[in-house]
Design a protein around this ligand. Structure first.
Ligand code: NAD
Ligand code: DAU
Length: 338
């Protein structure tokens, strides 16, 4: 089987490529534009595997995508490629519409034109909006209405609607997964957990938005990869699967846990101006994927966060290179005088 993994030079896509190369002998093609978030160094070990190949391309470039499909004739396409950071979407929505919506539509058109066995859209729990902090009994199910808050989540929800429309109208054999917040190796330093680890290691202030009461439902990235693999191989065409492991934590508690693991003082915490439109709480009900596909997460948050901190300690070269480049300007723009 030949699988195209779009966005495979980013955080989750790269972890997925390693998961597939370890467990199967399928041919894997990573198709990635290499934006600021894409990093070929992340794939250094994958390049040693003869079943792996990399192609640089933009999913919204129709001509390039059609040529790749014509040349490679993939059986399966898994779309991880996206602009993924909510804060950047608040600053510059248009790029999110181009990659996340137009890019997905181009991939769907390519699937229609060239025929594929499976298309899987990697979506997010953010398409469901947020839940109130005082209703811990509420969870997102696959029946929860789409109700988005940021340009990022609106672009991901739009892509989901397109996937469902193509599945129904053109019988594209598609599935969608909506996962909660991931963490683990190769997570880009702009996101909460790596940002806090890296700042703490430099004894820099840890910028917690608002009061730090917002809740995220954390999933170790390898558990997400295992779930996507199951959906692609055994999931039912036309279905949506929520992915999450009931690991809800307040942001402030996540930050304090990181400081504790690193032996750093809580005085480093600094409360800063809140994110605009900040979603309060995400919480996934994973009953469907558990009952239908037998998926359950293998890593709880306490173990996963220790493994993640250790990974950042042991892979300084990977993130030091990132934070010494254009990331410096990004950080100054987003956090100086916040
Ligand atoms: P990431 O930002 O780390 O990686 C995105 C990758 O996509 C990068 O390699 C980038 O170069 C590539 N890319 C961006 N625009 C492209 C384009 N136009 N054409 C081709 N490649 C392009 O993102 P991530 O955190 O790994 O997220 C991957 C997917 O999972 C996204 O679709 C995201 O919405 C979804 N998701 C993420 C999380 C999370 O917690 N990170 C949770 C649920 C769902
Ligand atoms: O839920 C899935 C989503 O999780 C994915 O779809 C997104 O691609 C991914 O980026 C992530 O979105 P979040 O906005 O939840 O992740 P982020 O790491 O940006 O922020 C997590 C929480 O931490 C959020 O409540 C905002 C807060 N935060 C974030 C940063 C970067 C801070 O308090 N300080 C910060 O500096």
């Amino acid at each position: 089987m030949k699988i195209i993994v779009t966005g495979g030079a980013g955080f989750i896509g790269s972890n997925f490529i390693y998961y597939e190369l370890k467990n199967y002998s399928d041919e894997i093609i990573c198709l990635d534009k290499l934006t600021y978030a894409g990093n070929l160094e992340t794939l250094a070990d994958a390049f040693k595997n003869p079943n792996f190949k990399f192609i640089r391309a933009d999913i919204s470039d129709r001509k390039a995508i059609y040529k790749i499909f014509a040349d490679e004739k993939p059986d399966v396409v898994i779309n991880f490629a996206a602009e993924s950071h909510v804060d950047r979407s608040i600053e510059d929505p248009e790029l999110f519409l181009r990659t996340n919506i137009i890019g997905t539509s181009v991939l769907l058109d390519a699937c229609k034109k060239f025929g594929i066995k499976r298309f899987h859209q990697v979506s997010t729990d953010e398409v469901y909006g947020d839940l109130p902090l005082d209703r811990p009994d509420l969870f997102f199910t696959e029946q929860t209405n789409l109700h988005t808050s940021s340009p990022y989540s609106a672009s991901k929800a739009s892509a989901d609607l397109l996937v469902q429309a193509y599945q129904r109208t053109y019988k594209i054999p598609a599935t969608i997964s909506r996962c909660s917040n991931n963490y683990g190796a190769y997570h880009f330093p702009e996101k909460l957990i790596p940002l806090m680890i890296i700042n703490a290691l430099h004894d820099k202030k840890l910028p917690v938005y608002g009061t730090g009461e917002n809740v995220r439902d954390w999933l170790y990235v390898e558990d997400h990869c295992a779930a996507i693999d199951l959906i692609v191989r055994r999931g039912k065409i036309g279905e949506v699967y929520n992915i999450g492991g009931h690991n809800e934590r307040k942001n402030l508690d996540v930050v304090k846990t990181i400081l504790k693991i690193l032996g750093k003082s809580e005085d480093l915490i600094e409360f800063v101006t809140d994110r605009k439109g900040h979603d309060k709480r995400y919480a996934i009900d994973p009953t469907k994927i558990k009952n239908e596909l037998g998926w359950t997460p293998q890593t709880n948050f306490d173990d996963g966060i220790k493994k993640t901190v250790t990974w950042y300690l042991e892979n300084r070269a990977w993130w030091e290179k990132i934070i010494s480049g254009e990331y410096k300007d990004y950080y100054a723009k987003m956090y100086d005088n916040r």
